[in-house]
Design a protein around this ligand. Structure first.
Ligand SMILES: C[S@@+](CC[C@H](N)C(=O)[O-])C[C@H]1O[C@@H](n2cnc3c(N)ncnc32)[C@H](O)[C@@H]1O
Length: 257
C-alpha cells in the first residue's frame, strides 16, 4: 500500500510558511463546526491532521480533553512547543489510527482528508473510534469548485468557474506554502465511504467564499457577489450509526447521465 511519506516531507518543508498563519477557511466554517461539536467540556476529542495544533488548543480551551495527531515532524514540533497542554501524536494517517481500542466523543479533521492519498483504512478507523452518538466533522476543499479556473468574459459575457474531470480521482499540485499534493475525489465517493463505514451524515455546509470578508456585504462589487456564491470549501458532519461492526466500504456509484 502507498504511504504518505512523500507528502509528509512536503508538509515538513511547508511548516515555516504554514504554521501560525491565519486560516481563511476556518472563518467560513467556524459556526457550523462549533454548532456540530456542541459543548465539548470534558469530552474526549481527536484533532486529526492537527498541523501546528491551533484548533486542538481551541478545543482544549473549551474544556475538551484533546489529542492531536499528524504526520509532519516539523508541524508537530511547533504544536508541542506552542500548546504543551495538548497531547500530540505522530502518525502517517494513510495507515489509519494507531489505537485499536481507543474511542472519542468528537473527531475533527479540518482541511486534511483531501491531502491524504489513501483514506480507506483511516475512514474505517474513524468510524470504529467514534463513540455511539459521537460526532465526526470534517472540512475539505470543495471537490466541485476549488481550484477551478475562473472564466470572465467581460461586459455582456458570462462569468463562471470551469469544472472539468469532476468524477475522476486525480492528484493535483497546490502551490501554496511551497507546494503539496491534493487528492481530488468526487463528493459521491466521500458519501459512499462514510455510509459504507456506518457513518450517518447529519449535516453539510457550503459557506460562501469570502476572501473579501472585511468589506461589508452591501459594498461588494458584482464580481465579489459572484465570487461569494460559489463555495470553495465544504464541511460535513456525521454520527456513528448502529451497525459499524463488520461494515465494509461500498463501491462508489456513478451516474451515467
Ligand atoms: C492543510 S493542513 C491542515 C492542518 C490543520 N488541520 C490546520 O487546520 O491547520 C494538512 C495537514 O495534513 C497533514 N498530513 C498530510 N498528509 C498526512 C499523512 N499522510 N499523515 C498524517 N498527516 C498528514 C499535514 O502534515 C498537515 O498538517
Amino acid at each position: 500500500m502507498a504511504d504518505g511519506a512523500e507528502d509528509l516531507q512536503l508538509w515538513d518543508a511547508a511548516a515555516p510558511a504554514y504554521a501560525g498563519r491565519a486560516d481563511s477557511f476556518y472563518r467560513r466554517i467556524r459556526g457550523f463546526l462549533w454548532d456540530r461539536l456542541g459543548a465539548v467540556q470534558d469530552l474526549e476529542v481527536l484533532d486529526l491532521g492537527c498541523g501546528d495544533g491551533w484548533l486542538a488548543e481551541q478545543m482544549r480551551q473549551a474544556g475538551a480533553q484533546v489529542t492531536g495527531i499528524d504526520g509532519s515532524t516539523a508541524l508537530l514540533a511547533r504544536a508541542r512547543s506552542w500548546y504543551p497542554a495538548v497531547v500530540f501524536e505522530q502518525r502517517d494517517l494513510v495507515l489509519g489510527l494507531p489505537w485499536p481500542r481507543r474511542v472519542f466523543d468528537r473527531i475533527v479533521a479540518h482541511m486534511v482528508l483531501m491531502d491524504i492519498p489513501v483514506l480507506d483504512r483511516l475512514l474505517a478507523d474513524i468510524a470504529a473510534a467514534l463513540r455511539p452518538g459521537g460526532v465526526f466533522v470534517f472540512t475539505i476543499l470543495h471537490p466541485a469548485f476549488f481550484g477551478r479556473a475562473i472564466v470572465d468574459e467581460g461586459p455582456g459575457g458570462q462569468r463562471y468557474r470551469k469544472v472539468t474531470g469532476y468524477l475522476g480521482h486525480e492528484t493535483r499540485w497546490i502551490t501554496s506554502f511551497g507546494g503539496h499534493r491534493h487528492y481530488h475525489r468526487p463528493l459521491s465517493w466521500y458519501i459512499e465511504q462514510l455510509a459504507g463505514n456506518g457513518l450517518v451524515v447529519t449535516g453539510m455546509h457550503e459557506p460562501p467564499s469570502l476572501p473579501h470578508a472585511e468589506i461589508p456585504e452591501a459594498d461588494w462589487t458584482d464580481y465579489q457577489k459572484w465570487f461569494a456564491a460559489i463555495p470553495t470549501v465544504l464541511a460535513i458532519s456525521c454520527t456513528r450509526g448502529p451497525d459499524v461492526a463488520g461494515a465494509s466500504p461500498r463501491p462508489c456509484v456513478r451516474l451515467e447521465c
